[in-house]
Write a protein that binds this ligand. Structure first.
Ligand SMILES: NC(=O)c1ccc[n+]([C@@H]2O[C@H](COP(=O)([O-])OP(=O)(O)OC[C@H]3O[C@@H](n4cnc5c(N)ncnc54)[C@H](OP(=O)(O)O)[C@@H]3O)[C@@H](O)[C@H]2O)c1
Length: 252
């Protein structure tokens, strides 16, 4: 047992790793010594991300995978195992938010897609992960503060994030006895493509900043350190925890 925040000798699979928060977590994990498996839908973006990590001396395997398609998720885990053997950490980070509007106005295809990627994806990936994991393994779910509060105009997305938080707590209880830890990060507004509709709207963006004690949006790097900590042995007694990283906006 060590209190060091290191991922030396470990393999970490990160979904949604081609850009934004997922890429920042992948880069920080590689810098902490991990082999990283990068998954997202588009191979091009993954290849660029993997090259950047390799240039820094890391080991990265880019695998195209739609996290809402169970057959592709199964193939992803097969590919990762063939390359690295055991996978020690899983970061369920990929998500989608195709609809912005009143909750009751969402059409079924958009609702189904949101649930498929944001909830079924992490559940399917967690199942494959646990099937091959041993004691000391760690799952990190990237949720959102929107999963803990009312979320007008982002209701379906927020429902899936609330579900992911529930999944985190339940799996922590069910997997704790076999030594698998499950935690979540709940970010506030972070400057990525995902958040561009909010960030590029001056009124919405400034309103959010005004409500945030640190008076700014977050950057992907500011989420990554927490994920590395949760994945490492330094967090060996931490499970079922939801870590809010939001510049203080939801603190009062
Ligand atoms: N940014 C924020 O303000 C914020 C706040 C709270 C929580 N979050 C959460 O943080 C996580 C990452 O978001 P981000 O802001 O970093 O977004 P981002 O920069 O847009 O990155 C999203 C990543 O997910 C991948 N992706 C999208 N749909 C996918 C699918 N069906 N299957 C596999 N990969 C998929 C994208 O690559 P491809 O296009 O190649 O698939 C990309 O790598 C999400 O869970 C989001 O809900 C973000």
């Amino acid at each position: 047992m060590t209190a060091e925040i290191s991922l030396e000798g470990r393999t970490i699979l990160i979904s949604g790793a081609s850009r934004g928060i997922g890429l920042a977590i992948a880069e920080a994990s590689a810098a902490a010594g991990a082999n990283v498996v990068l998954a997202s839908r588009k191979q091009d973006g993954l290849d660029v991300a993997a090259s950047a990590i390799r240039e820094q001396g890391g080991t990265a395997l880019p695998v195209a995978c739609h996290m809402g398609h169970p057959d592709e998720v199964a193939a992803l885990f097969d590919r990762a195992a063939a390359e690295f053997g055991e996978i020690h950490g899983l970061v369920n980070n990929a998500a989608t938010n195709p609809y912005f509007g009143p909750l009751l106005g969402i059409e079924e295809p958009a609702f189904d897609k949101t649930v498929e990627v944001n909830l079924k994806g992490p559940l399917t990936a967690s199942r494959h992960f646990v099937d091959q994991a041993s004691a000391g393994a760690s799952i990190v779910n990237v949720a959102s503060i929107m999963g803990q509060i009312a979320a007008p105009l982002q209701g379906a997305y927020a429902m899936t994030k609330a579900g992911l938080i529930s999944m985190t707590r339940t799996l922590a209880h069910e997997l704790g006895p076999v030594g698998v830890r499950v935690n979540a990060i709940a970010p506030g507004l972070v400057e990525t493509r995902f958040a561009s509709a909010l960030i590029e709207n001056p009124e919405l963006s400034q309103g959010f900043i005004d409500r945030t004690p640190l008076r700014r949006h977050g950057q992907p790097d500011e989420i990554a350190g927490a994920a590395v900590y949760m994945l490492s042995e330094a967090a060996s007694f931490m499970t079922g925890h939801i870590m809010v990283i939001d510049g203080g906006v939801s603190s009062g």
